[in-house]
Design a protein around this ligand. Structure first.
Ligand code: VLZ
Length: 134
């Protein structure tokens, strides 16, 4: 049985989002706004299909994928760079590799107790986010 990520999750901590955004080339003005945000994630998981909606007062981002099926991701409203993304299970972690212009780009989701964790990686920067159930 895979882990169940279904639910609505509110950001409670956000370590080095600034470094992650700098690595992505997000401009100063956008970073100033973005780092104040407390995004919410709505995750819908049905078998191997996922729908992750990250919402905030500033911008929204929607990601839909199936485990093991590579897809083109446009990162619209983030850095707007296209990449090829592939999400797989690594034990109980959901691991995404985003292949493109930026080295070492990807993210990992996992559950720890009642918390949802997200590690966002780009080049030599790692951002660590923790979410609690809404
Ligand atoms: O999450 O890739 O859950 O896509 C932040 C929106 C969205 C706020 C961050 C605006 C998306 C930021 C992180 C403006 C620069 C992400 C994946 C894993 C799903």
């Amino acid at each position: 049985m895979p882990v169940d990520f279904n639910g609505t999750w509110n950001l409670v901590s956000n370590d080095n989002f600034e470094g992650y955004m700098v690595a992505l080339g997000i401009d100063f003005a956008t970073r100033k706004i973005a780092k104040m945000l407390k995004p919410q994630k709505v995750i819908k998981q049905d078998g191997d299909s996922f729908h992750i909606h990250t919402t905030s007062t500033f911008r929204d981002y929607v990601l839909q994928f199936k485990i093991g099926q590579e897809f083109e991701e446009d990162n619209k409203g983030l850095d707007n760079r296209k990449c090829k993304s592939l999400v797989t299970w690594e034990n109980d972690k959901l691991v995404c590799v985003q292949t493109g212009e930026k080295k070492n780009r990807g993210w990992t989701h996992w559950l720890e107790g009642d918390d949802l964790h997200l590690e966002l990686r780009c080049e030599n920067q790692v951002c660590r986010q923790v979410f609690k159930r809404a």
